[in-house]
Ligand binder design. Structure first.
Ligand code: RNT
Ligand code: ZN
Length: 413
């Protein structure tokens, strides 16, 4: 018997159909973030760091310096990831000879991306960029005390919604436009309310133009703190949970945006009772919102298990948000994205009905014995089968592919 057939039988003994799990995995897209490829620099030819408390560290050779290099790296990464996925593009990754300011961008400034995505059969998601700009240097944008600055950023936000909606229309499925602003303060504010009222009003103006939900879905991303905004973040979790609930936007949960001991997976079922759709930024904070590449660790497994157990895959858009410049950037994309898929596969292969029965009968001994014994099931044989069917490498031959590509891009200046 092949490894797969024997593994399939072992899962069947627990009442789990591996074919169903593989089919679900195949149809669950992951939205891969463009910014892992160039350390969140973008293509506006602006010098300086991203600001807003986000920072890639490291100087590994091979950073993509142009849109063409980034697209080549992405093509390689997608070729090593089974299934059909999406690309999450930030507004500062425009590809044009013009130099529009953020409040002047239009779809045409992203035309090469749209053409490429169409050729590659990759759907796009989008983000306004409210950082890495002189008008964001105070870490205040939509909540800035100055109306002119707020208006500038509102216009930027409106333009990204327009662009995202045009992209969604062309690709035949909604483009998610995710709003994250860095707004906050380094030290304790005297007035915590006024900036929140400004943020609320700015968001309302930004979101006032109606768009077809088949083309555009708006999301808002909360945060706890960042470097330079340690004392106060205007768009806190409570702020955006309330906002998304009242306004019907998606709520984006970034795994690095909470107190370090909080269990983000636990939030899904609560949030899902108040908001229709959720966006995830799957990430790995280490002591702070450090955006380490995700491992196949307990936090990711728990996230995947909640998505499956709460039947939330259809209402959740899985996006990634990590960046590490100390290792091969393409390897980071490939291994990180595959880890998310492996976590989903493991969750899909659990005998959840039996586990639930034990739990509802308050038979915690059975639940405990099962969860621990199930850890020995041959998940790797199912993953290998999936990779083979999708014609992508795994194991040593994957590492060889990753190494070969890295040695090519290492020659970049
Ligand atoms: C920052 C947020 C945000 C960014 C990207 C680049 O803390 O997580 O999602 O990482 O928009
Ligand atoms: Zn994020």
């Amino acid at each position: 018997m092949s490894d797969y057939n024997s593994a399939r039988q072992q899962f069947a003994d627990w009442g789990v159909d591996t074919e169903t799990a593989i089919e679900t995995l195949k149809t669950t897209p992951i939205s891969m973030h463009c910014w892992q490829g160039d350390d969140v620099v973008g293509f506006e030819n602006k010098s300086g760091s991203s600001g807003g408390g986000i920072q890639a560290t490291g100087n590994h050779p091979g950073r993509a310096r142009t849109p063409d290099e980034l697209r080549a790296d992405l093509e390689f990464a997608y070729s090593q990831i089974p299934g059909a996925h999406r690309l999450n593009l930030h507004a500062m990754y425009l590809d044009t000879d013009e130099s529009p300011d953020r409040d002047e961008i239009e779809l045409r400034h992203f035309a090469p991306w749209v053409g490429w995505a169409n050729e590659q059969n990759i759907a796009l998601d989008f983000n306004p960029t409210f950082f890495a700009h002189e008008k964001a240097d105070d870490n205040l944008t939509l909540a800035h005390p100055n109306q002119g600055i707020r208006d500038f950023w509102i216009e930027h936000g409106k333009r990204t919604r327009e662009i995202a909606s045009q992209i969604g229309d062309a690709q035949g499925n909604p483009c998610i436009n995710n709003i994250w602003v860095p707004d906050g303060m380094k030290d304790h504010p005297v007035d915590r309310m006024t900036p929140r009222k400004h943020l609320e009003n700015s968001l309302d103006s930004m979101l006032s133009d109606p768009f077809d939900g088949q083309h555009l879905l708006d999301a808002v991303e909360s945060k706890l703190f960042g470097i330079g905004v340690e004392a106060y973040t205007v768009g806190s979790h409570e702020f955006y949970l309330g906002y998304a609930t009242r306004k019907g936007t998606l709520l984006c949960l970034d795994m690095g945006h909470f107190h370090p001991t909080e269990n983000i997976a636990d939030k899904l079922s609560s949030v899902a009772l108040s908001v229709e759709k959720i966006l995830l930024h799957v990430s790995r904070p280490m002591r702070w919102d450090s955006d380490h590449v995700i491992l196949l660790d307990d936090s990711i497994l728990a996230m995947a298990q909640e998505l499956v157990a709460c039947d939330l895959l259809g209402r959740t858009h899985i996006g990634l948000d990590f960046f590490d410049a100390t290792i091969s950037r393409t390897a980071a994309w490939v291994i990180g994205t595959r880890n998310m898929q492996k976590a989903l596969l493991r969750a899909l292969l659990l005998p959840l009905d039996q586990l639930r029965t034990a739990e509802t009968s308050l038979d915690f001994t059975t639940r405990f014995m099962m969860t621990e014994e199930l850890k020995d099931l041959p998940f790797s044989a199912i993953w290998a089968e999936y990779c083979e069917r999708m014609d992508v490498k795994y194991g040593k031959s994957l590492l060889r592919e990753l190494d070969n590509y890295q040695s090519k891009v290492s020659k970049r200046g």
